[in-house]
Design a binder for this molecule. Structure first.
Ligand code: HGA
Length: 607
């Protein structure tokens, strides 16, 4: 979601703020703005639309101290007056998150004479800090006092024209880190924004407040206790977030999947066995008396969890439930202290998944495992066990390589749980490991289908609706294919387990409804073929992704693309790739903003 960049240095920081915002563009936003300490006042520039417009509009602005923001509206429409920074008196504030008690604060501040010029919850923070500065002129203490009154999630950065050279930042629930540079100090929502100036990062904890100046940083808790936080040297390479020769990050990330999978599986090394320790030192003990697995996730990550359910029950013999995090966190459920809670999130900051994890823990379920792509993220820090996928930065809003690497991680989990439960023979284990190791090669072969998929994409890019079918462990892959198509091409798509067709969705099928089917050569193929016949009998046009050896003949109205090899249990990892490519190319034909689809954001750090 929206992003923050802040800087206090000994040179003009406007280009650094703008470059940082560009690196955060992938998170999704609708407007952008910055404020700096000018010669005689706060200078603020805001614009609706792309950071490039903000860059032009701020070309004449210069200062050594400033804050910047990309906004993904939660309170008030995307517009210039609602864009951040928000100003009150001599101060300016940027904010990521939601202030839940903003209505009562707004009434209180209005009664004191403050006039609101936006519809945002954020503006209450600006006026609150200004009001507190009247009794204590120190910006650090005023922001600290203001934060103690805020309820909700926030990462904020504040500057005061009358206190040049200082930026105060604080976080509760939304991500924020500091960057320690040679000629200044910085803050941002994620490390990619600061790699241009430093690799030395300090991750703030919830309830931390920090002051940045040209010469250093200091951190306190909101109650005034000073704290030290460790300095991490980021391993992110700046090149990892460059587009290179690809047209879009999504395309780049689809093609990075062989490497992402190889990196993620590197932990297995050349071994023929897998040790529970790949999930953390405590894993063997903790997994020992697990009697159920509850996977909590949202969106694409929920689809990886749903796929893993088929593996976990079939291979490890452990009952498994997958629940959408935003549902679980608010429903009354029956806690089970022996159940393993698995939280899956690309960013590790997904607000609903984090809250669901905390909710699970509050019910006494302490066996927790995070599967995330960002090592220092909140979900990882708050889980007992962790597996870090090594997909590298994922910039495209529509997740691709994060999904396939999550699947690889979940298959490793399946093997480890099966082993701990005595369900996995040595031969079987070694055969599965060989298959995992071969995955990058197998994925590369699937990627060679791009040209044929492009032809298909052209054929149905003008359709209004599409139906995706799959069975068994490929049903979640059909769900993921439909989600990808919705997200980036805006074609309405639904996915069904193929056996459900006759229970309702068959009524939708006619010549205008393309039906895309995932048809690997597995033990459900014959059942699936009958379901496809049901579609053909109603005039539906079929686009079938089969395996080399799936026995389905091509005929009129039945278009076939065959994946080069059949991949057994791991087949979902291969079969999702053509669906990613299909959505990507359909979106290209439609001319949508592939990497930043409308209304969506990358790390969903608000509820
Ligand atoms: N609630 C604020 C900030 C929104 C946000 O964090 N988006 O990701 C607003 O609506 O301006």
């Amino acid at each position: 979601m929206c992003g923050i960049v802040a800087a206090a240095a000994d040179k003009n920081i406007v280009p650094i703020l703008v470059e940082g915002l560009k690196k955060l563009e992938y998170r999704g936003y609708d407007s952008a703005g910055l404020a700096v300490i000018g010669a005689d006042r706060i200078e603020r520039v805001r614009s609706v639309g792309r950071v490039a417009e903000l860059e032009s509009a701020s070309a004449d602005t210069a200062s050594p101290t400033g804050i910047a923001h990309t906004r993904w509206a939660t309170h008030g429409v995307p517009s210039e007056r609602n864009a951040h920074p928000h100003v009150s008196g001599s101060i300016a504030v940027v904010h990521n998150g939601i202030i839940e008690n903003y209505e009562s604060l707004r009434s209180e501040l209005t009664a004191q004479g403050y006039v609101f010029t936006s519809d945002t919850d954020t503006e209450t923070i600006a006026h609150l800090v200004d009001q507190l500065l009247k009794s204590d002129r120190d910006l650090f203490r005023a922001v600290q006092a203001a934060c103690r009154r805020l309820v909700g999630a926030y990462a904020i950065a504040v500057i005061d024209h009358s206190q040049p050279g200082r930026v105060i930042v604080s976080r509760e629930g939304s991500p924020l880190l500091l960057g320690l540079g040679d000629d200044g100090n910085y803050a941002a929502s994620d490390a990619s924004a600061l790699l241009q100036v430093t690799r030395k990062m300090v991750y703030l904890e919830n309830g931390d407040i920090a002051e940045l100046s040209r010469d250093g940083v200091r951190i306190e808790r909101l109650d005034g206790t000073p704290v030290e936080r460790p300095v991490h040297v980021s391993e992110l390479s700046a090149a990892a977030v460059e587009l290179g020769n690809f047209r879009h990050y999504m395309q780049k990330e689809i093609f990075e999947q062989p490497e992402a999978l190889a990196n993620t599986l590197e932990i297995v090394g050349g071994s023929k066995t897998i040790q529970p320790g790949i999930f953390g030192a405590e894993a063997a003990t903790l997994l020992n008396d697990v009697d159920h697995i509850l996977i909590l996730a949202c969106g694409t990550s929920a689809h990886s969890g749903m796929t893993a359910r088929y593996w976990l029950e079939a291979v490890a013999g452990v009952p498994c439930t997958v629940e959408i995090a935003s549902e679980y966190r608010y429903r009354t459920s029956v806690p089970n202290p022996r159940q393993l809670i698995v939280a899956i999130s690309q960013s590790g900051e997904t607000a609903d998944t984090l809250a669901a994890l905390r909710h699970a823990k509050s019910l006494g379920q302490t066996k927790t495992l995070a599967i995330c792509n960002v090592p220092e993220s909140a979900i990882v820090r708050e889980s007992a066990l962790r597996f870090i996928t090594r997909a590298g930065p994922e910039i495209g809003v529509a997740s691709t390589k994060a999904f396939t690497t999550q699947l690889a991680a979940l298959f490793l989990l399946t093997l480890v749980v099966a082993k701990v439960r005595g369900q996995l023979g040595a031969d079987q284990e070694s055969a599965y490991i060989d298959q995992l190791r071969h995955l990058p090669v197998a994925v590369n072969k699937v990627l060679t289908l791009e040209d044929e998929i492009t032809v298909w994409a052209r054929r149905f890019a003008d359709k209004q609706h599409a139906l995706f079918l799959g069975r068994g462990r490929h049903y979640p892959i059909a769900l993921e294919g439909a989600l990808k198509l919705k997200e980036i091409s805006y074609i309405h798509a639904e996915a069904y387990p193929a056996g459900e067709l006759k229970h309702g969705p068959l009524a939708l099928v006619d010549a205008n409804m393309p039906v895309i089917s995932v048809a690997p050569a597995d033990d459900l193929l014959e059942k699936l073929k009958s379901n496809l016949q049901e579609v053909r009998a109603r005039g539906g046009e079929l686009y079938v992704f089969a395996d080399a050896d799936s026995e389905i003949p091509e005929s009129e109205g039945v278009h076939m693309l065959r994946l080069p090899e059949h991949y057994g249990l791991l087949s979902p990892i291969l079969h999702v790739i053509p669906l990613q490519l299909l959505s990507y190319h359909a979106a290209l034909v439609k001319g949508t903003d592939v990497d930043k689809p409308r209304n969506l954001a990358k790390s969903v750090t608000v509820e």
